[in-house]
Write a protein that binds this ligand. Structure first.
Ligand code: NAD
Length: 337
């Protein structure tokens, strides 16, 4: 490897945010070489980076980070690690929680140990607003207690506590980012926004859990990528930063906005049975990230949503083969995964 390039290991880089981040960082930094480590499991799509040619600035390593020896090997020459690898679909975690423990908790247990052994300089661990659980009014800050409701968010919260303990005990200095719901290109079709777009393109009914009253704070994936980039350089070792863009909307509002952009009269909203343990509202204060990292979102929600719809219209080759009946199910938590 070229000695003057920093080796940035990105885990889960064939997934939604990871692949967007790799594109982002290869455009903005020329002093790094990205090693993308992914086990090509749920959420991954090799087509997402098919035009990124392996070479001086990029390579792909297939492997499972729940295997400690593999994790050690892959971190051997790492200067920076950004950890995205996880199982991420709440509905699947309700149907079958075990892969979530392996990919969300065991991987982080392995990562912190390997980071310590390999003396990696800088690590950003990607977490989620879901670790705080639901909040009816106001917003969570970084000192709010963790109160996860789903197997997904519980395994992510466990990972955050492992990071916290390794920072406290071994002075590891891992920076944690807790972000709200992302949307944008390359998101797997089972997630709310792509699923709504694809079902509308097919002229099918759009399922809404419990009438779609739940509130999420949406962020365009490009804005989260810029926050991660800043956290690598400016994040204080061991600190947690919430990342949110201030686009709180009910699921019904988002679905209605999408249907306006898609204009398929056959696609209409229908209520379906809510999933168990469904959090009503997520809300984060991102004051700390804005103040300390100098981050702020650059995209307007409506423009980014229109851009996302256009992308899915024009990239059916990317999603068609993975958008199976089960993936597009109205009640995926009832499916067998
Ligand atoms: N998507 C969101 O809205 C959102 C919001 C906040 C935080 N996050 C967090 O961001 C990260 C990325 O989310 P995403 O939506 O891009 O996920 P994703 O499901 O699209 O991608 C996850 C990737 O991780 C890989 N992976 C899973 N287990 C692995 C293992 N054991 N070893 C190696 N690779 C493994 C998968 O193959 C996949 O490519 C996750 O940690 C998630 O919890 C996501």
């Amino acid at each position: 490897m070229s000695s003057h390039l920093k080796n940035l290991v990105v885990t889960g880089g064939l997934g939604f945010i990871g692949s967007n981040f790799i594109r982002y960082i290869l455009k903005t930094r020329r002093d790094i070489r990205v090693t993308n480590v992914d086990n090509e499991s749920v959420g991954s799509n090799p087509l997402s980076l098919q035009d990124v040619i392996p070479g001086r600035h990029y390579r792909f390593v297939k492997g499972d980070l729940s295997d400690y020896q593999f994790t050690r090997r892959v971190l051997k020459s790492a200067s920076i690690v950004v950890n995205f690898a996880a199982q991420t679909h709440v509905d699947r975690s309700i149907a079958n929680a075990e892969p979530f423990f392996e990919s969300n908790t065991r991987t982080v247990f392995n990562l912190v140990r390997a980071v310590r052994d390999m003396k990696v300089e800088s690590v950003v661990h990607v977490s989620t607003d879901e670790v705080y659980g639901s909040i009816d009014r106001g917003s969570f800050d970084e000192n709010s207690p963790l109160n996860p409701s789903s197997p997904y968010s519980a395994t992510k919260a466990a990972a955050d506590l492992i990071v916290h303990a390794w920072n406290a005990t071994y002075k590891l200095g891992v920076v944690t980012l807790r972000c709200t719901n992302n949307f944008g290109p390359f998101q797997y079709p089972e997630k709310f926004i792509p699923k709504t777009i694809i079902r509308a393109l097919y002229g099918r009914e759009i399922p809404l859990y419990g009438g779609g009253r739940q509130i999420r704070d949406w962020i365009f994936v490009g804005d989260f990528c810029s926050a991660i980039d800043l956290a690598i350089d400016k994040g204080d070792p061991g600190e947690v930063y919430n990342v949110s863009a201030g686009n709180e909307l009910s699921n019904r509002d988002v679905a209605e906005g999408l249907l306006k952009l898609l204009t398929n009269p056959a696609a209409r909203l229908v209520d379906v049975e809510d999933r168990p343990g469904h959090d009503y509202r997520y809300s984060l204060s991102s004051e700390k990230a804005r103040l300390k990292l100098g981050w702020k979102p650059a995209y307007k929600f409506d423009d980014a949503l229109a851009e996302t719809v256009k992308w899915y219209r024009e990239h059916a080759y990317w999603w068609k083969h993975v958008a199976t009946a089960r993936v597009l199910s109205g009640t995926p938590w009832k499916e067998h995964w």
